[in-house]
Design a protein around this ligand. Structure first.
Ligand code: FE
Ligand code: FE
Ligand code: ZN
Length: 273
């Protein structure tokens, strides 16, 4: 299995790769820009290339760039949607400095327009930013269904994918805390949830996993991440997912409330077996 965690970008690309390796990780995630602010820092092409070489050398899985979670691609407000579009388009252009990686985003909240309208807006946005020649795979993250969030049902994710023209550029990132909070019982019956995912979306569309425990209970629609083994999902279920043969080869990324040492321990805990 390939496992890593969310890292801060402060010292650039290569530094993130080195930090990941130092805690036993062989993938990682980072924010493309400050989640609150809109400005992205300048990319140093040499630093980006150095990370690609480093990842090659150490057999890393693909890394995940995470769009700012404050974007809302399906807001009822035109300017909010346009801002999401502009930001994501710019992110995708920047992703070409690290070719062939994953770009994950939250489908957003429909803010009262209804799920169907939300799905339509997200599809529209994706069709205007995804290009034929990009090397990045864009991932829709499965959500907890907090408020008016779109993407907490596999059917909604499927509907968005169906509307995207560049079919091979779009995939899914499954967040275990989110789907548990959304009501998928991955603690009690992982196999059933996985086969439901396969039936509705198709396992081939699954490109990454966010491996988190949940502070809340099944179906709570809350989205509060917990450390591995300390929440409602529990260590045993998360270990089963981490070692699920159908997911081998995918990058697993921890987004648990931890410092680096905590991440190192969780990586060790989950890699064992
Ligand atoms: Fe996320
Ligand atoms: Fe996540
Ligand atoms: Zn979350």
């Amino acid at each position: 299995m390939h496992i890593g965690c969310h890292l801060s970008t402060t010292d650039g690309f290569l530094a993130m790769g080195q930090t990941a390796l130092s805690i036993g990780a062989d993938t990682f995630q980072f924010f493309t820009r400050n989640p609150r602010g809109s400005r992205a820092r300048q990319i140093d092409p040499d630093d980006a290339q150095a990370l690609m070489d480093f990842m090659d050398k150490h057999h890393f899985a693909r890394i995940i760039a995470h769009a700012p979670y404050t974007l809302n691609p399906c807001s009822s407000d035109d300017r909010t949607r346009q801002f999401a579009l502009d930001t994501m388009k710019d992110d995708l252009a920047r992703m070409e400095f690290t070719p062939g990686q994953l770009y994950n985003f939250h489908p957003g909240s429909h803010t009262g327009q209804g799920i169907e309208k939300g799905i339509e807006e997200i599809t529209l946005l994706l069709n205007s930013i995804i290009t034929e020649d990009q090397s990045t795979t864009v991932l829709l993250e499965t959500m907890a269904g907090k408020g008016t969030e779109v993407g907490s049902r596999f059917e909604e994710i499927r509907a968005i994918i169906d509307g995207v023209r560049m079919h091979d550029k779009i995939g899914v990132c499954m967040d275990t805390c989110h789907i548990f909070d959304a009501g998928y019982d991955i603690r009690g019956n992982w196999d059933k949830v996985l086969s439901e995912f396969d039936r509705i979306i198709g396992i081939g569309k699954l490109k990454a996993i966010h491996l988190n425990d949940s502070m809340n209970t099944l179906g709570s629609h809350k989205d509060r991440h917990q450390r591995i083994g300390e929440g409602g999902i529990g260590l045993e279920a998360l270990q089963r997912i981490a070692h699920c043969p159908a997911l081998s080869g995918l990058p697993f990324c921890l987004e648990t409330p931890n410092d680096l040492e905590g991440y190192r321990r969780e990586i060790e805990l989950l890699s064992a077996k």
